[in-house]
Design a protein around this ligand. Sequence first.
Ligand code: PFF
Length: 453
Amino acid sequence: MAEKRQSIHGQWSSRWAFIMAATGSAVGLGNIWRFPYITGEYGGGAFVLMYLACVLLVGIPIMMAEVMLGRRGRQSPINTMSSLSKEEGLNPAWRYLGWMGVVAGFLILSFYSVVAGWTLEYIFHASSGSFLTATDGEIGETFDSLLRDPGQLLAMHTLFMALTVVVVAMGVRSGLERAVKFLMPALFILLLIMVGYAMSTDGFQEGLYYLFYPDWSKLSAEGFLAALGQAFFSLSLGMGAIMVYGSYLPDDASIGHTTVSIALADTVVAIMAGLAIFPLVFAYGLEAGSGPGLIFVTLPIAFGQMPYGQVFGTGFFVLLLFAAWTSSISLLEPAVAWLVENRGIARPKAAAIAGLIAWTLGIGSVLSFNLWQDYRLFDKTYFDIMDYVTSNILLPLGGLLIAVFTAWLMSRKAIVAELGLGEGLVFQVWLFVVRFVAPVGVVVIFLHAIGII
Ligand code: PFF
């Protein structure tokens, strides 16, 4: 077995702490904001089934590989890829996989922070009680007028980015770990309450049907790719976030079990968000495919009508903010770990530099809802492009390369030693999936989306 390595950034205090942190990374706006609206855009049940298949056949196996690489390398993804390729006698260009992840992290964080800023804004609206008296139309107008106001969007984006930088500056244990321990369970309970409320509305059956009845005629090649992209986005895969968290994982923790628990928690939260939102969409006669504003126009209507709506509404947006926060820190961490390792920059300063880069890129997203809304490429705004390129291209490509590196190029001895699964059936199945099913799946979905097959 290789000598024991330690990360210079410290380690999670336990396997449980890693599960909480990685779940914190996975569960975020991707589950509660993005999953429902993308599901709505691609027509419901068939998309959801595709999504679940992608999580199971591509996401979970690649997540195991990514955690495994991180723990073996014990450095930032760039240096992990560089030292593992050296160790395995492979081309040093593999470190560019780490670089691609850093770039993807900046791009995702840049628009993620803008959406998290909407959440911040909605905490103020919900707590002021303004949803209680507003009509459905006024609630829609609240969202539209926020988007029209670049100053306010920028202020919230800035505030959220500052929150992210502060936690990353504090480091692995005191910053990242402490933040997630209480917030995840609280979010889960509040979501349960929302599902409970949705069940009491007369849209519940229709919502259930929409979410789980697969109408295959609605599933396009584009929808296929969107499901794959959503699986990567939601599980935080393909850009080194999970890899860098894996590098802080204690040696004796089982990668297989932890990964499955994280993916399961992430999927349950996404489905619950769907169950909470679609019944309301139908009960209030809203449009399922209305896009990124979906939860910001649906849920406030419910908060306006349900008992204790002001309390629940405020609580919901506060917890959503925390879920976004525990994800955004993982988007910044790969770049920060690299700056600390290779440039000898102190963590707080590294966090500030990385945060500033992402913040600057985010200004384009802020403007894409107002001043720049007519600047489009393939009919997509700057915000749409950031989202599309990262979720549907960079993350799946990163995942594909992780699968190839792990299952085709790394020595079997190293994999077996690091995974700790033995060489029995579970290992064989995993290896087969990472070798064949996941890479072929990603390539086929890509080619299908661009019309080649
Ligand atoms: N998984 C996060 C979410 O669902 O909100 C977003 C995310 C975090 C994507 C970290 C990618 C990543 F590396």
